[in-house]
Design a protein around this ligand. Structure first.
Ligand code: ADP
Ligand code: MG
Length: 260
């Protein structure tokens, strides 16, 4: 990313491609009377790292869930790599497999070992042989630094290790984009960095990522763009430097004054 107005900025992530990977147009979603997503327009380029921040209840999780079609939308359109949602059946399963998701709660299968957790989707969804899936699982576990835990069950791992397994499991599907919804919020402080480090590395390797987080250090160092969401709207959308040093709206200023 080019430094703006002379500021020396060292980015850990490559400049994203110009190609659009995810395009949301005029997306609306209600829960009863609550208008949770209001005319959301958002385009995410291939290789781009977008950090979504904002107050609780602003619609960040719903936005992620809509992109993964865990939530339906009321109106508007979501296009992933040229293919429009909503899709159904096989088509929907294929689209979902292209979108990796990591939640606050790790959601690993408790009765499967770590390596089995990372193999399962590869075999069931991607149709790989067990041997191929296992080799890939072990490589990914190594990549996220938990290779030695492969034969254990999730409950035998620390929270930080479990979250890294969850990331490996999502990566095993060869997703086109990874969504992270507050991936470190449930972790003890000493484990936050080991997870952020894996995410930084992914960003560095060119993965397209949408990251909902309160970790402003991560936003500053790894994001190409910050999207500030409040009350179901995108209130501000700019570079991390611009956002943190010179937020335009009162809403963002107010939010930043409370968290920084
Ligand atoms: P955020 O992730 O920014 O905290 P959410 O997307 O989780 O915000 O929620 C936005 C709003 O929608 C909140 O007011 C929340 O209570 C509400 N909400 C989220 N999911 C549901 C649901 N399944 N049913 C009803 N209301 C919901
Ligand atoms: Mg949320």
């Amino acid at each position: 990313m080019k430094p703006t107005n002379g500021a020396a900025v060292t980015k850990e992530v490559p400049t994203p491609d110009t190609g659009e990977l995810v395009v949301l147009s005029k997306v609306n979603k209600h829960f009863g009377d609550l208008h949770v997503l209001q005319d959301i327009d958002l385009t995410i380029a291939r290789g781009e790292v977008v950090v979504v921040i904002g107050p609780s209840g602003g619609g960040k999780s719903t936005l992620c869930r809509a992109i993964n079609r865990l939530e339906t939308i009321d109106s508007g359109e979501i296009v992933i790599d040229g293919k429009p949602l909503p899709a159904e059946g096989r088509e929907l399963a294929a689209l979902r497999a292209d979108v990796g998701m990591v939640f606050q709660s790790f959601n690993l299968f408790a009765h499967r070992t770590v390596v089995q957790n990372v193999m399962l989707g590869q075999v069931k969804v991607r149709g790989k042989s067990r041997k191929t899936a296992e080799e890939r699982a072990r490589r990914l576990l190594d990549r996220v630094g938990v290779a030695t835990q492969a034969e254990k069950y999730p409950a035998q791992l620390s929270g930080g290790q479990q979250q890294r397994v969850a990331i490996a499991r999502a990566l095993a599907m060869d997703p086109k984009i990874m969504l992270f919804d507050e991936p470190t919020s449930a972790l003890d402080p000493e484990m936050i960095n080991e997870v952020l480090e894996v995410m930084r590395q992914l960003a560095h390797d060119g993965m397209t990522m949408v990251v909902v987080t309160h970790e402003m250090g991560f936003a500053r160092s790894a994001a190409n763009r910050v999207v500030f969401m409040a009350d179901g709207r995108i209130v501000e959308e700019t570079t991390p430097d611009q956002f943190f040093s010179n937020p335009r709206t009162e809403r963002a200023k107010d939010f930043l004054s409370k968290i920084l």
